[in-house]
Design a protein around this ligand. Structure first.
Ligand code: FAD
Length: 743
């Protein structure tokens, strides 16, 4: 028998859609030994998901790629609701803001998934810096070695055929207990057949189709049918990989999920709603075609208009003429002509047609979620592999990317011996709760969107359009993902009872996550110190000025996804003559404790070139050699500026070097770091961020905020000695102590 090749990797990612690529990007940015395989020959080029929600854009910005999406995408600023009037004819009922102003510096934009995949692939490559691309990156030797050893790029035409876990070895962090056999496919095996037309369609991946794995029988079966020579050839193309961790990001028909056994099956239901999707350049007299628009017709179903880039418009259309009565859909009925015919009926008396169709598909809405997101914290499932739902609220790609954004740093830092492996359990804890909220939300939203509009209040089988509009308005904190609040765990310091009641009161109930989407017990904060840094929620961003040069920055831009935890020291009014000495003293005492006591006990991290200079600080990926790798904890100081000059603008009155060195770390080769101290005061050119006001932090007292590498608040405490033990306790539960073998 032919021998199979054998190899080892710390992390094997199966599937290179949005979930897999986000994970690969994290691992590339952390310099982790990982591989990513996909059975397809290439990435998605058109169609599929298109909506980028606010939190996803913030996350992509932390990797330096949101601006590309922001610039190319179409921005959806307003949303229109069209409903039947008394005569049954559709008319515009309302035009409102799409989302909620002030939640973030971003708002929802649309661009097709394939472009995002391209940006991910570029960003993974750029993680290793210009030195690898033949440029001039001046990284230190250790980083250079990591870069050479650990480059990740998507390996296409590769799919797994078997997966086993050595359960005995699962508790040993140095072990490689997961064995996966990978098959390298031929071009023909890896190319899906486009069905029914020459236009790119998504039917081959639609849930109306059986999983296409069925068209690729197990190699052993294929080969043995063809005789012994074929068996040997097949085995030669197989590779056995020993892995520390495996992550199934292989979509709704996930092979990985099935390999883990029936207890990993998703539970939920398939609705009777069949939807068609058309990406077209429309020719129409419908007035709101360039707005996000929801149309409910009196009796012909519903339609959603999503204006897109390149004059494209996506129409989501409920197909009332396709029967699911018998439980099976006749797929051969569904063609673009049929979908546009349904659209015409819904939009009548307006006309709509097209010459150019970019992509189309049809699917049945299924709302399912897995009971388990991980087996033994060695094999994980993420994205569509573990939750599926309707695409109407634009959540699929977003929640999938956010799953692996949650998992990536945890896996990466565990592989680098920086994070305690027990932290991996928080992935399921945090993301399963979100998936369940997503399915509950989708259930409600789909019923309201797909239902027939009520004729009047006595029409009990119809859907109230007021209820629909109100559900839409209330959904923003959830759909943007800004309202997501992770439960208490080792990563999220738990609230005291008094904190809990104060925090819940601090969220405006009309504009927050619908009650069913965030259990009350999850919304917690040390609101006495900061009303807007809520423990378990993402740390918000506001404009502050760099102390050294008065340049305005979004605070998020100083918190890139580089694997570091952050202690944001809100130092209060350091420049006010009345309070400066005592407050400066408090800030410096904290600095001394951090530098002398806390940080020496914690690991350091080798930063990859791709995490540097992401936002206007020089050439991205260009990093100078440092004497020693920085601490896993990055300390940022934001103080409240108070002095006014003759033009009424605040100026700062003290020198950076008067602060403890932890706030301006000194490197013998590079001098002081001037990029760690910021002031909240008006900018000369860019208005004011009002950071203290927006973070809800007292300017005289300040606060200390602990932020996880994924930007979620883990701890809010006091600057002075009473808060220090809380910081130690929080980090002690998460990080390994500093040791030689940390990386
Ligand atoms: P996927 O994007 O499905 O990626 C899975 C990857 O795994 C693929 O690259 C696949 O080739 C690979 N793979 C699968 N099996 C294997 C295997 N055995 N071995 C190796 N590789 C494998 N969302 C929206 O928000 N709006 C929309 O309009 C929208 N329309 C959609 C239309 C269709 C037809 C589909 C299928 C999905 C749509 N979605 C939409 C959902 C959105 O595309 C998904 O939620 C999102 O892509 C999920 O990302 P993922 O990475 O989890 O999975």
């Amino acid at each position: 028998a032919a021998t199979k090749t054998a190899s080892k990797t710390d992390v094997l990612i199966i599937g290179a859609g949005p979930a897999g690529l986000m994970l690969a990007l994290w691992l590339a940015r952390l310099g982790v030994d990982a591989r990513i395989v996909d059975k397809r020959t290439d990435k998605v080029y058109s169609g599929q998901a298109d909506g980028f929600q606010v939190r996803s854009l913030e996350i992509l910005d932390s990797f330096g790629i949101a601006d590309k999406i922001w610039n190319e995408s179409n921005h959806m600023i307003e949303v229109c609701f069209w409903n039947p009037d008394e005569s049954g004819c559709i008319r515009r009922d309302n035009r409102v803001v799409n989302g909620r102003a002030g939640l973030s510096r971003f708002h929802e934009v649309v661009l097709h998934q394939g472009r995002a995949e391209t940006f991910f692939l570029d960003a993974i490559r750029d993680s290793y810096g210009p030195s690898v691309a033949g440029g001039v990156g001046a990284t230190d030797n250790k980083t250079r070695a990591l870069v050479q050893e650990r480059r990740i790029s998507v390996e296409r035409k590769v799919m797994p055929t078997s997966l086993t876990i050595d359960e005995q070895g699962a508790g040993d962090t140095t072990a490689y207990p997961v064995t996966v056999t990978l098959r390298h496919l031929s071009e023909a095996e890896a190319t899906p057949t486009q069905m029914l037309s020459n236009v790119q369609d998504g039917l081959f991946r639609s849930n109306l189709n059986p999983p296409d794995d069925i068209t690729m029988p197990p190699r052993e079966a294929q080969a043995s049918d063809a005789g012994p020579a074929a068996t040997a050839a097949a085995a030669e193309n197989d590779e056995v990989v020993q892995c520390k961790y495996v992550v199934g990001c292989d979509g709704a028909h996930s092979w990985t999920r099935k390999a883990l056994g029936p207890e990993f099956d998703m539970v939920g239901e398939m609705t009777d709603y069949i939807w068609g999707v058309l990406d077209i350049v429309p020719i129409t007299d419908f007035p709101d075609i360039r707005n996000r628009t929801m149309i409910h017709s009196a009796s012909n179903g519903s339609l959603m208009v999503i204006p897109r880039e390149n004059r494209l418009v996506r129409l989501y259309i409920q197909l009332t003429e396709v029967s699911v009565g018998s439980g099976r859909v006749d797929r051969s009925q569904i063609k673009p002509d049929m979908i546009i015919k349904a659209a015409k009926k819904i939009m009548s008396p307006y006309n709509i047609d097209y010459h150019y169709c970019d992509w189309w598909t049809a699917y049945q809405i299924g709302q399912r979620v897995g009971n388990h997101f991980s087996k033994l914290n060695r094999v994980f499932l993420a994205g569509d592999a573990v939750h599926t739902h309707s695409p109407k609220a634009g959540q699929g790609m977003n929640v999938s990317m956010q799953d692996t954004y949650n998992l990536g740093w945890k896996l990466g830092l565990v592989c680098k011996n920086i994070l305690q492996p027990s932290v991996l359990s928080t992935y399921e804890l945090e993301r399963k709760a979100i998936a369940k909220q997503l399915i509950a939300f989708d259930h409600r939203f789909s019923r309201l969107f797909s239902g027939r509009p009520a004729k009047d209040i006595l029409d009990e089988t119809g859907v109230s359009m007021d209820e629909f509009a109100s559900a839409f308005r209330q959904s923003h904190m959830f759909t943007t993902a800004v309202g997501i609040c992770y439960q208490p765990s080792v990563l999220v310091a738990g609230p005291t009872d008094s904190d809990k009641s104060e925090a819940i009161g601090s969220i405006d109930e009309n504009e927050s996550v619908p009650q069913e989407h965030v259990p009350q017990s999850q919304a917690h904060s040390t609101s006495a110190l900061s009303t807007a840094c809520i423990v378990g929620m993402r740390f918000p961003s506001h404009q502050v000025l760099r102390h050294a040069d008065a340049r305005p920055w979004q605070l998020h831009h100083k918190m890139p996804s580089d694997g570091r935890f952050r202690l944001v020291v809100f130092g209060g009014e350091l420049s006010s003559p009345s309070t400066s000495s005592s407050q400066l003293d408090r800030v410096n005492r904290l600095g001394a404790w951090l530098a002398d006591t806390l940080l020496p006990r914690l690991p350091t991290i080798t930063l990859m070139p791709g995490t540097t200079n992401l936002h206007g600080g020089g050439r991205p990926g260009y990093s100078l050699a440092t004497q020693k790798p920085p601490s896993i904890i990055d300390v940022l100081l934001v103080y409240a500026g108070t002095l006014q000059d003759e033009e009424g603008l605040a100026t700062s009155s003290f020198d950076l070097l008067g602060l403890h060195e932890v706030y301006h770390p000194f490197d013998p080769k590079l001098g002081h770091d001037y990029d760690k101290v910021f002031v909240d005061r008006p900018s000369h050119h860019d208005g004011e961020g009002k950071a203290y006001e927006n973070y809800g932090i007292d300017r005289t007292r300040g606060a200390l905020v602990g932020v996880r590498p994924d930007g979620y608040v883990g701890l809010v405490t006091s600057l002075d000695e009473t808060g220090w033990p809380e910081v130690s306790k929080w980090l002690k539960g998460i990080l390994e102590p500093r040791a030689n073998g940390n990386e």
